[in-house]
Design a protein around this ligand. Structure first.
Ligand code: DAH
Length: 339
């Protein structure tokens, strides 16, 4: 018999025996080195047999090499309990890992934040648990003032509250900056004792404050229009309605034209069910009261400012017509997965 062939068959026989005795992954590894490694049996065959003058022998060694590779792969897969088929398709997609998504309100906050950042506002976060001074007295709301009744505040003790609006951030920002210019958007959690289809005890507000020399109502109008058009759509309009807040003078409520009836209040000659009047209330705003500027350490003879405080959930409901706000905080995954 051809001695070259014998040499190849001997190695094949040894490998078959060795493979049978393997009992662990580590041993498969050793086997692989012994036969396929740089100084392994296969390479030794290549070096010792005259493959250049006898290409057929070269081919036979290569055949043996593939057999050994396949068997070793099968053995490894056995130990890893993987399918032993050598036609395993590595391009088959794996089992997808379930991925969460940002909460609907987090998405709304990001959108609102980016809208104001684009106009040069700085994003701030101020305390949710607050002293009465920042929450009310410093904003011109003395103890026992009826304006306190509107807010259904949660008290921690007589002087500490869960803040019912983000306006406390106004005084903090003035103290932080010490001087104009100020241009902040404070987005945070707020709390009130309320729950129905459009109210939850915890909700979010975004509070704008702009203070500089010669700031006037047209600046407030400009920002309001910009927000309404960016957030709700370029066809939306805004209007001011006179109102009263203790910490602004003059004060307004801001309305946005209804997207459903396009501000007409009518749909096919019937009253629009969403707004009834053509307008939807966005929230409060006004020119910062001189006393509030003083309380924040600024000089009202040298600067003026405007402020507004609007609800994140409120603008989201105005935009998406969510049927019930409580769903947003229900942690019902079937609802939340839609966003
Ligand atoms: N803090 C008021 C509220 O929650 C909203 C508000 C009104 C904020 C007028 C302001 C403002 O900054 O100027 O009801």
């Amino acid at each position: 018999m051809d001695t070259k062939l014998t040499a190849i068959q001997t190695i094949q026989g040894e490998f078959t025996l060795d493979l049978k005795q393997v009992t662990s992954l580590a041993q498969v590894d050793l086997l692989s080195t012994r036969y396929l490694g740089k100084h392994g049996q296969i390479n030794t065959l290549f070096k010792t047999l005259p493959i250049k003058s006898d290409p057929q022998t070269g081919r036979k060694i290569n055949d043996l090499k593939s057999v050994i590779e396949t068997k070793i792969t099968e053995k490894i897969n056995q130990f890893l309990s993987l399918p032993t088929s050598t036609t395993f398709d590595v391009t088959t997609p794996g089992t997808p890992t379930p991925l969460g998504s940002l909460h609907l309100i987090t998405q709304a906050i990001e959108e609102i934040e980016n809208t104001f950042l684009s106009q040069g506002f700085v994003r701030r976060r101020y305390p949710e648990v607050e002293t009465d001074w920042y929450y009310a007295e410093g904003l011109n709301i003395p103890p026992d003032h009826p304006a306190r009744d509107d807010q259904e505040t949660f008290f921690i003790d007589q002087d500490i509250v869960l803040t019912a609006h983000t306006s406390n951030g106004q005084l903090h920002e003035m103290e932080l900056k010490k001087a104009p210019p100020i241009k902040m958007i404070n987005i945070g959690k707020t709390y009130r004792r309320q729950i129905d289809a459009s109210h939850t005890p915890m909700f979010h507000q975004f509070e704008g404050l702009v203070v500089d020399k010669d700031i006037n109502i047209t600046h407030l109008l400009g920002i309001t229009e910009f927000f309404a058009k960016s957030y709700f759509g370029s066809d939306r309009r805004t209007r001011l309605r006179p109102h009263h807040f203790q910490f602004t003078e003059p004060s307004f409520e801001i309305d946005v034209s209804c997207g459903l009836c396009n501000g007409t209040g009518l749909i096919a000659k019937n009253a629009c069910k969403v707004c009834k009047s053509g307008w939807l209330e966005l929230g409060g705003a006004g020119m910062v009261h001189p006393q509030v500027l003083k309380n924040g350490g600024l000089n009202p003879d040298q600067c003026t400012g405007f402020a507004f405080g609007w609800g994140v959930e409120r603008v989201l409901m105005m935009k998406t017509q969510l049927p019930d706000l409580r769903l947003v905080y229900s942690d019902d995954i079937r609802f939340l997965k839609q966003f």
